[in-house]
Design a protein around this ligand. Structure first.
Ligand code: SF4
Ligand code: SF4
Length: 283
């Protein structure tokens, strides 16, 4: 579960969010509902690695997943990011519904549910989430939470600015993709992508040759530098092969960052640590 503590809110007329799993009998829905898979950044992988003592690439291969988020300005495009595998729930969720990496859990888990409460721009999504998470009904963010969230977003942007040239640009990975039939592809990839290495066996036998062809084309495109383009258009045929390729490239990028570039993240990691400390009091 995202937070196990219940605190009183001194602010008048504001009902403050409280994580109350016993009351809502939610069984840690926030850590198992597919709609709540957190979008991570490299800083979250650094935190997880520091907390568990494991290499970032191992975490990526075991518990990581690709996250596809909506593109701010292009409705048919999706931004590619790091994520956590939900299979069917987050793999860090223990049987007793506690978080196995609680002190090192990713920042979006620390910030839950403030992002939804403050930044969700889509009324439809928001009301849908209220149905899924009864603990969010009737609560409003406090001024302190809004202020914390602003600083959290600012620090995240700084961390992403460090991440992009190291992980995405240097690895020749596009930051956003267009699917030929975007809605259908989002559905298909979102369901099947869970773990990209498990995607291979799921592809029907009679498509194996096509997959091989697609993988060959992607490798060719990568070698030719085409994948270094900012955006990539994927057909249903190319998508599975692309995600398999992407998985390996991200693992190699994480290894390179872990071995050579962690000091560059020192300042933002310090800011995140201080935000996390503060979150214990205000969320
Ligand atoms: S769904 Fe809500 S009440 Fe339940 S564990 Fe998650 S945050 Fe807490
Ligand atoms: S890392 Fe922990 S808090 Fe975050 S989704 Fe997984 S189990 Fe929940």
């Amino acid at each position: 579960m995202r937070s196990g503590k219940v605190r009183n809110n001194p602010a008048k007329n504001v009902q403050r969010f409280r994580c109350r799993p016993q009351q809502f009998r939610c069984e840690a829905r926030c850590c198992e509902h597919p709609s709540n898979r957190p979008a991570l950044i490299l800083a979250d992988y650094i935190t997880l690695s520091q907390h568990t003592g494991r290499r970032m690439s191992d975490i990526w291969m075991e518990e990581g997943d690709i996250y596809l988020g909506p593109h701010d300005e292009r409705p048919d495009d999706f931004v590619i990011g790091l994520g956590l595998l939900f299979d069917p729930c987050c793999l860090f969720l223990a049987e007793d519904n506690s978080c196995l990496v609680y002190e090192g859990r990713p920042n979006p888990c620390v910030a839950f549910p403030l992002m939804t409460m403050i930044y969700d721009r889509y009324a439809e999504v928001r009301s849908n989430r209220l149905d899924i998470f009864p603990c969010l009904k009737g609560v409003e963010p406090t001024a302190a939470q809004r202020d914390w969230m602003k600083r959290y977003v600012k620090t995240s942007r700084q961390a992403i600015a460090l991440e992009v040239p190291l992980l995405w640009e240097r690895g020749g990975l596009p930051r956003f993709i267009t699917f030929t039939d975007s809605r259908r592809m989002f559905e298909l990839v979102g369901q099947a992508m869970g773990r990209v290495q498990r995607l291979g066996p799921r592809i029907a036998e009679d498509r194996a040759a096509s997959l091989e062809w697609a993988a060959g084309r992607l490798v060719g495109m990568a070698e030719a530098g085409a994948i270094a383009l900012e955006a990539l258009e994927l057909s249903e045929l190319l998508a599975p092969a692309y995600f398999i390729l992407l998985q390996d490239k991200i693992a190699a990028g994480l290894d390179d960052i872990q071995d050579h570039h962690l000091p560059e993240f020192k300042r933002v990691m310090k800011s995140f640590r201080s935000l996390r400390k503060e979150a214990k009091e205000i969320i």
